[in-house]
Write a protein that binds this ligand. Structure first.
Ligand code: ZN
Length: 608
């Protein structure tokens, strides 16, 4: 599962949970109840002052969050709110000026609340809101992606979401789409004025993605409007808006192709590598880690070496039983790779892929209960289903869809894409990747006690702010942490094969973190990155090629999984040391998860 603060379309997890009504912050006591007194003692006066302050902050922060949403109809849409879905945010100079005024005014207001005077739940909200506002300012005035990344501009996402989500009658949604289409020319006009010295890579991406937008606005949309109950005058107006939008986007694509051609003749223009300074800042804003990016990189390199040591020890032990009489290769990565390759043949049949996942979910829940690992809530079950058609398209896969903050009582789904669209060769390759061991780790990560369990816990404490400004490194870090925790607790019976496959699976997370930093900051080349993925992380060629592309086009996000995981794991080990025999794993997990989707260092701070 991926989480990105920006590319909402890429998030299987985009619509997270959270209860809107339960504003538990206000009732969180910071001081123990004082003795009843007939006269107002100092203590009682101080307490009521505190309570008033807490209420004031809770009201203000909630209102700030709602105003931020109202200013950003696209963000609203992705959060499951549709009341201003007809409005398009125009990315022009006027808007940027207004945004900066908004940010500065709210930062001033926020700074009037001293975080240390607030109870933990509210302190986290304060932290999340100031980070978000400062981050918006930095993106707009320092990072300046709005100038150099033409792929920031695409009208398709919100339109696709409106067309695919049955939140209102068909005709109402088509009218909303029509309203957005009528703003498409102004949107791309602003985009063209913004673009300056773009990278070749992001220019090419923008061409590809905007071609996809033309498909979305093509004949199937025409057919859908024709078949609708819109009146004929409205249908004509829709068609006019659609044609204007298509012309505008075609013009945008042509202009980008000209830029691309120029860039290929020169020295490719701006480097896609963002360099140390921007990387450290982006890491600080996006991840909100206790590490610097450099620390995290070094931690990941050490982890890679540790995994290789473990995997080699397992390989040496298992070799004779899987390759009797065959001499073991000298090179350790070669022998590990050969054993992984051999074991990958043990996988589920293609027509049993979904039923096997369904079978495992209750087993995982039972294991967590029997081993007292953490609290579960049987009243909020996980529903396994085939991925809905409109969510497919990026190949097979698995993801969790949870209700957004505006419809918290809806079901939580585990979406699994059946392998129907694959030919035999593709299916075989996919099933080898998700072999009998890795499939179990995937279920731990996505479902129990990974994403699904975490969000059931988060739901109990989370308000609007923690839900909408959720920390991706905490969410992904928890899921990755839960994989290792389950195997340590005995899931898989300490089978060496399970630990070997875990090593391969975890190496993906570890090398993603290494490469993202090394490419953007240390100048790692494509050849070096491919070598790391193919030889050191045992990946397939196609997977490695796709990953290289993603590294060029994004920054920092690929490190979130490892960073969150390493911070949670290290913290747990530190507590174990400190508390000795008093350490209780279940209490640790329940407490950790009780703070919602807050950044890991903020949770650590509150737990210590
Ligand atoms: Zn995930």
């Amino acid at each position: 599962m991926r989480i990105s603060s920006k590319t909402f379309g890429a998030l299987p997890f985009a619509l997270l949970l959270a209860t809107l009504s339960a504003c538990t912050e206000e009732s969180t006591p910071v001081t123990p109840p004082v003795e009843p007194a007939t006269v107002a003692t100092d203590a009682a006066a101080a307490e009521s002052l505190d309570t008033a302050l807490h209420r004031e902050f809770a009201d203000y922060s909630e209102s700030l969050m709602r105003r931020m949403l109202a200013r950003n109809p696209e963000w609203s849409l992705y959060s499951g709110r549709y009341d201003n879905a007809h409005q398009v945010t125009l990315p022009d100079e006027t808007r940027r000026t207004e945004d900066l005024l908004f940010i500065d005014a709210e930062l001033t207001r926020l700074s009037q609340f001293e975080p240390s005077n607030l109870p933990p739940e509210l302190r986290i909200d304060h932290n999340l809101l100031s980070n978000r506002l400062q981050s918006m300012r930095w993106y707009m005035t320092v990072f300046n992606e709005w100038q150099w990344n033409p792929a920031s501009y695409n009208a398709a996402g919100p339109i696709g979401l409106i067309l695919n989500t049955p939140y209102a009658p068909e005709e109402d949604r088509l009218r909303t789409v029509m309203a957005r289409l009528e703003q498409v020319p102004a949107f791309y006009q602003a985009a063209r004025a913004n673009i300056s010295n773009p990278t070749a890579e992001h220019t090419e991406l923008a061409v590809t993605q905007n071609r996809g937008t033309l498909n979305l606005l093509g004949s199937s949309l025409q057919d859908r409007v024709a078949a609708s109950q819109l009146e004929s005058a409205e249908k004509d107006r829709f068609e006019q808006a659609r044609l204007n939008a298509v012309n505008t986007i075609e013009g945008f694509i042509t202009e980008l192709q000209t830029i691309s051609a120029e860039l290929s003749q020169r020295d490719r223009g701006r480097d896609f590598r963002i360099g140390a300074e921007l990387y450290e800042s982006k890491f600080a804003f996006d991840i909100q880690s206790g590490f610097t990016a450099r620390d995290m990189y070094e931690r990941a390199v050490a982890e890679k070496n540790r995994l290789h040591d473990d995997m080699d020890a397992i390989t040496i032990t298992l070799w004779p039983s899987y390759f009797p009489g065959v001499e073991m290769p000298e090179d350790r990565l070669t022998r590990i790779g050969q054993l992984i390759d051999h074991l990958s043949n043990q996988h589920i049949a293609r027509d049993q892929f979904i039923s096997e996942i369904e079978r495992q979910i209750p087993l995982l829940a039972a294991f967590v209960a029997e081993n007292d690992l953490l609290e579960q809530d049987p009243s909020r079950p996980l529903v396994v289903r085939e991925t809905p058609e409109y969510m497919r398209g990026s190949g097979a896969g698995a993801s969790v869809s949870a209700p957004g903050p505006f419809n918290p009582t809806a079901d939580t789904y585990y979406n699994v894409t059946p392998l129907d669209d694959y030919n035999d060769e593709q299916a075989a390759s996919y099933l080898r990747e998700y072999n009998q061991w890795v499939l179990q780790i995937l279920n731990i990560h996505e479902a129990i006690p990974g994403h699904y369990t975490q969000l059931v816990h988060g739901n109990k404490s989370t308000g609007l702010i923690k839900s909408l400004l959720r920390n991706g490194a905490m969410i992904e870090g928890w899921a990755v942490y839960s994989e290792r925790m389950m195997l340590e607790a005995g899931w898989g019976n300490q089978q060496p094969e399970m630990w070997l496959m875990y090593g391969k699976w975890n190496l993906r997370v570890v090398t993603n973190a290494i490469m993202d930093y090394a490419v953007h900051v240390l100048g790692m080349t494509q050849e070096q990155a491919m070598d790391m993925m193919l030889r050191e992380a045992f990946q397939e060629q196609t997977e490695a090629e796709n990953k290289w592309r993603r590294i060029k086009l994004s920054q920092v996000q690929l490190t979130s999984y490892f960073t969150g995981y390493a911070e949670i794991y290290d913290f747990r080990e530190r507590l174990k040391q400190q508390q000795g025999s008093a350490f209780d794993l279940k209490t640790f997990h329940n407490t950790f998860l009780s703070f919602g989707n807050a950044p890991v260092p903020a949770i650590i701070n509150l737990m210590e």
